[in-house]
Structures are given as structure tokens and as C-alpha cells.
Design a protein around this ligand. Structure first.
Ligand code: F6R
Length: 241
């Protein structure tokens, strides 16, 4: 079931996301599902500010990230490992051992997928943070991904690589072609989900997710079956609703 909130600015959208995060953080040992990309950065800034100003502690928090590129090392400046440390983990007190990020390097990435899913299944995510791709992907589950998918390797769509080229000197050739990602069924296990979308280039994907029949052509449409999803939009992303 969707609870849709539309705000005027990205900052207001981020604050709404933070309010939900703050409520979940009142639990003893919250398990957080986290995303990279531009959409959650404002939320992470609010979390960092709250940690520094109010002492909200992440010592008992366990985190699982959605995805990671294959073909660039963990230490690469655009790896999601680096992104998460730069934008959140280095600024809060979450213990490194409690952080889980899929591993896109090594001899056997298929095995990394199985290992990640096995670890994930030991927990129940209290709050999963999502963005949405302009092609309707969530995590890196591109159109056509089966709804029952678990952590797997995904070949990225050209549109996704174009969208993400802004992080790679605007050069699509530098954007990895594959990623390791939590599957759609892995994401659906979360108790509560927030999905953040801002900007006109998300309007079509947001429309398909909310208004079209559930279909693998729009992976985010699987969220229609989830009991607790808050959709946080700005006016532009909501413009086709
Ligand atoms: C990132 C992720 C992706 C992004 C999506 C939107 O971990 O899973 O699904 O959420 O590509 O990216 P932004 O927020 O950069 O527009």
C-alpha cells in the first residue's frame, strides 16, 4: 500500500524521509536497508546532523546496502562502498562490522551473491530506503527482472549507464556494465519501505510504479504488493500522476 507525499523541494522531501528514519531509529537495534545515488543524500545529511547535534547513536544498527558495481574495486572513488563511507558511514558511529555492502570484486561474484543473500536472510530490515531509476529499476533490478529474484548479477541498461555517467566524468564508457544487486524478493521482505524520487526525469517511472498494472517492465511496480511503502516526491516527479 502506498502513502504518497509530495513536497516542493528536495530538502523538504529529504526531511520527510528523515522523520520516518528517526522513528525507526527509536527501536533498540534497527536494521536499515540503504541505497546510493543522488536521491538519499539529503536524508543522509539529516541523519549525520542528528547524530552530531542530538547524539543519536548507530552503535546497535545493522545496515545492508542494495547494490555494488562489478568491475571496479571497492577502493574506487565511485564504488558504492566508497560512496556510503563518504556520504554516511564515516560521519556516524555505526561499527564497520555491522555494515553489509555486496562485493562486486573477486574470483567468484556468483558466490558473493549467495553469501550476501544468506547473510541478509538472517535479518529483517526495519526500513528499506530506495531510489528509482528513470527506467523503473529499484536497486539494480532492471526491467524484466523476475519478481521472485534474490541477490544476483545484473547487466545494466544503457539508460542506467547514461544516467550514472555523471559520476564518471560524463563518460558512459567508464560506467561499469554489470552490478551485483539485491533481488526484488529480497527487497520486498523489508517491513517498511521509503522510495525517494525527485526531478522530471523520474516522472514516467513514478507513474508506471503507481498507476500501471504491476509488470516486470517496471520493476518498482512490485511495490504495489507491499503493505507499507511511503513514496516521497517533489512536484516534478509527481507531475504525471
Ligand atoms: C542505488 C540504487 C539505484 C538508484 C537509482 C536512482 O543504490 O539502488 O536504484 O536508487 O538508480 O539513482 P539516483 O538517486 O542517483 O537518481
Amino acid at each position: 500500500m502506498f502513502n504518497i507525499i509530495v513536497k516542493d523541494t528536495y530538502d523538504e522531501v529529504s526531511l520527510e524521509a528523515f522523520k520516518i528514519m528517526h522513528e525507526v531509529m527509536q527501536k533498540d537495534s534497527p536494521v536499515l536497508g540503504l541505497a546510493t545515488g543522488s536521491s538519499p543524500v539529503g536524508l543522509y545529511k539529516y541523519m549525520i546532523r542528528d547524530h552530531k547535534d542530538n547524539g543519536t547513536s548507530y552503535k546497535n544498527v545493522v545496515t545492508f546496502n542494495l547494490d555494488e558495481y562489478i568491475g571496479i574495486p571497492k577502493s574506487h572513488e565511485q564504488s558504492y562502498y566508497t560512496f556510503m563511507h563518504d556520504n554516511l558511514f564515516n560521519e556516524i558511529d555505526v561499527p564497520e562490522d555491522n555494515i553489509h555492502i555486496p562485493l562486486g570484486e573477486g574470483d567468484d561474484v556468483e558466490k558473493n551473491c549467495l553469501d550476501y543473500e544468506e547473510e541478509l536472510q538472517k535479518y529483517e530490515i526495519d526500513l528499506q530506503v530506495l531510489g528509482i531509476g528513470s527506467d523503473g529499476h529499484i536497486a539494480f533490478n532492471e526491467p524484466g527482472t523476475p519478481f521472485d529474484s534474490l541477490t544476483h548479477i545484473m547487466e545494466l541498461e544503457e539508460q542506467t549507464r547514461k544516467d550514472n555517467a555523471r559520476f564518471f566524468d560524463d563518460d558512459i564508457n567508464q560506467v561499469p556494465t554489470h552490478a551485483i544487486t539485491m533481488g526484488l524478493a529480497s527487497i520486498m521482505r523489508a517491513k517498511k519501505i521509503i522510495i525517494i524520487a525527485t526531478g522530471a526525469n523520474k516522472a514516467d517511472a513514478v507513474y508506471s510504479m503507481l498507476k500501471e498494472d504491476k509488470n516486470v517492465a517496471c520493476p518498482a511496480s512490485i511495490l504495489q504488493d507491499h503493505p507499507d511503502v511511503t513514496v516521497l516526491l517533489d512536484q516534478e516527479a509527481a507531475s504525471k500522476l
